[in-house]
Design a protein around this ligand. Structure first.
Ligand SMILES: [Fe+2]
Length: 583
């Protein structure tokens, strides 16, 4: 197998290891496969594989003379030319790949797949506007056009993950099916606005990405859309044949790595996109889930990033395979959701379905509370919370000995979560669970459609006051940012600061960076994200003052290339980058 780059370099001589933790909604089936494979093999699935080289070039490539806009048409043309070139000059490879890769796939799309696709899997709809994929971008300078860079951010990098299919789909394609691409912006060390920032976009070098790159076309079926009807069965049969003939090694992982990323030690298994780092103990808590028992497994890493071998806690009390995208921790507990999004493997081959994940409105959602250092599932307590479907958690903490408080967006229209995301409304709620009595109460914090939220990382698992969330308009497009004040719970709408991006402008999940390394005022810091203008196709990066009522802009960077919408991201400080060394 081709060697995989195992580090990220922000600058040459400044290597940065970014273990990419990868799971999530976009990877529900990814986790599904990973967990399944782990149960049949002790081989690490993702160790050293889901990593990518962000800034490999020295010196930095010069900025293009004009903004480079790569769109669907450009990609189609490039791929068409590439396919002609490959078939002309690489006959042995072409035979190998065309027999088992290209012919079946094209046949499916041209002769078997139905001509009309649901909008959720119609690439003409799913990959429109700024969801259209872009090519990789070498390090490219871009001017800072507004303000000075805050001292805490200088020399740091904002990196955001998102789905960006390597090959344009010729058939059904769900938004969650694209290969992971990291769009990273390195901020200058000079904060006076005279030095440029540097943008770089790279695919995560997953096994799937490398396999398909070398094959010159799609190999693995799309997880959320690739199992439609007869064509889906045919695709599955082709994959099975490739495994049996040794052309594919599924134990290397088949994930997309398109959801999120995290910053800590090596990863050697499937894992949630939303691990939780305890700010006091520095331990990392996480889980994986899948379609075969145990449907959920909880595990952790020590402060040095070392996996606590032998301390996995299989959660057999989760009786049905369900989507567990996120969870929360407190000082003493881990809190898991059991929601109405479930796995239905048989739906992969059912007429008109084609996805192994769907909603079950007859199921009563639950929250499970497990001691953080539990040795077994016997210590888990489940609490029914009818109508509460948690996809993302903001935070949780304890009040006294017996009360757990959880704050999270509740997806009110869960049946639309996969098929009509534009109809989803997420209401942020504070949930109180009384451990002794079992009583559960819920209080909405805002009437707005809010999700993709973050808090100050120093308050994870501890009582906190503020969160920053994206405004769905409609989901998953984000038209603004709202700051919530949890202390106002029960006294009306808790939004205390707001910024809208303007007509035709949409962003993604905001990320909060504290102004200083010590835990001072909770909202003393900055909120950042990419914003795209769909009218002029310009992308920019903005930084906002988290304490100002209008979330005032303190910096804007015009990007030299379009950055597609995506999911989750993070910011690494200059010191964090410096501290990294490649293996
Ligand atoms: Fe997520």
């Amino acid at each position: 197998m081709q060697r995989v780059m195992d580090c990220i370099q922000i600058e040459t001589g400044m290597p940065l290891e970014i273990p990419i933790l990868i799971r999530g909604a976009a990877n529900a089936m990814d986790a599904l496969f990973s967990t399944f494979l782990l149960s049949t093999s002790s081989t690490g699935l993702l160790s050293g594989k889901n990593r990518t080289l962000i800034y490999p070039m020295k010196p930095f490539a010069p900025a293009p003379a004009a903004p480079v806009i790569l769109n669907v048409e450009t990609r189609e043309k490039q791929e068409h030319e590439a396919s002609i070139s490959k078939s002309t000059y690489s006959l042995p490879g072409a035979i190998h790949s065309s027999c088992l890769v290209h012919c079946p796939g094209r046949t499916h799309q041209q002769f078997i797949d139905p001509p009309h696709l649901r909008s959720s899997v119609d690439p003409r709809h799913v990959l429109s506007d700024n969801w259209a994929p872009v090519n990789e971008l070498p390090p490219t300078t871009c001017p800072v056009i507004r303000g000075a860079i805050p001292a805490c951010l200088r020399g740091g990098a904002y990196i955001r993950n998102g789905p960006n299919p390597q090959y344009l789909p010729r058939g059904p394609h769900h938004l969650f099916d694209g290969d992971g691409m990291l769009n990273a912006l390195l901020l200058p060390r000079n904060g006076d606005g005279t030095a440029p920032a540097t943008l770089c976009s790279r695919y995560v070098r997953t096994y799937k990405y490398l396999l398909e790159r070398d094959a010159g076309g799609p190999v693995l079926p799309n997880v959320f859309s690739g199992f439609h009807g007869v064509a889906g069965i045919a695709r599955g049969a082709v994959v099975a044949a490739r495994i049996l003939t040794g052309q594919m090694n599924p134990t290397a992982g088949v994930g997309l790595a398109n959801t999120s990323l995290a910053f800590f030690g090596k990863l050697s298994m499937g894992m949630t996109a939303h691990p939780k780092k305890d700010p006091v103990t520095r331990e990392l808590f996480a889980f994986r889930y899948g379609p075969v028992p145990p449907f959920l497994t909880y595990f952790r890493f020590d402060a040095a990033g070392k996996y606590k071998t032998g301390e996995d806690v299989p959660i057999f009390s989760l009786a049905q395979p369900s989507m567990v995208h996120d969870f929360a921790i407190t000082e003493r507990f881990a809190i898991f959701p059991d929601i109405q999004i479930v796995m239905k493997p048989m739906d992969m081959v059912a007429p008109g379905r084609g996805s192994p994940v769907g909603s079950d409105r007859g199921k009563v959602p639950r929250l499970g509370i497990l001691p953080k250092y539990a040795r077994s599932d016997a210590e888990m307590r489940w609490f029914e919370v009818p109508g509460f479907n948690l996809m993302h958690a903001l935070n949780a903490w304890e009040e006294g000995e017996d009360t757990i408080v959880l704050v999270a967006p509740n997806v009110l229209s869960i049946e639309h979560a996969l098929e009509r995301m534009d109809l989803v409304h997420s209401s942020v709620e504070m949930v109180r669970i009384e451990l002794r009595s079992g009583a559960v109460s819920r209080t909405p914090l805002s009437a707005e459609n809010l999700d993709f939220g973050v808090i100050h990382p120093g308050y994870v698992g501890r009582k906190n006051r503020f969160a920053y969330l994206g405004v769905g308009d409609p989901m998953p497009k984000i038209s603004g940012v709202r700051k919530l004040d949890f202390s106002l719970c029960g006294r009306g709408d808790c939004v205390v600061a707001a910024r809208d991006f303007g007509p035709g402008c949409f962003g993604g999940e905001p990320f909060f960076v504290p102004a200083g390394p010590n835990r001072g005022e909770e909202d003393d810091g900055y909120v950042m994200l990419y914003v795209h203008n769909e009218d002029n196709r310009e992308s920019k990066f903005i930084i906002m003052d988290a304490r100002s009522p209008q979330l005032d802009l303190v910096e804007e960077v015009i990007l030299p290339s379009r950055v597609p919408y995506g999911f989750h991201g993070l910011f690494l400080t200059q010191d964090e980058i410096k501290a990294q060394r490649p293996h």
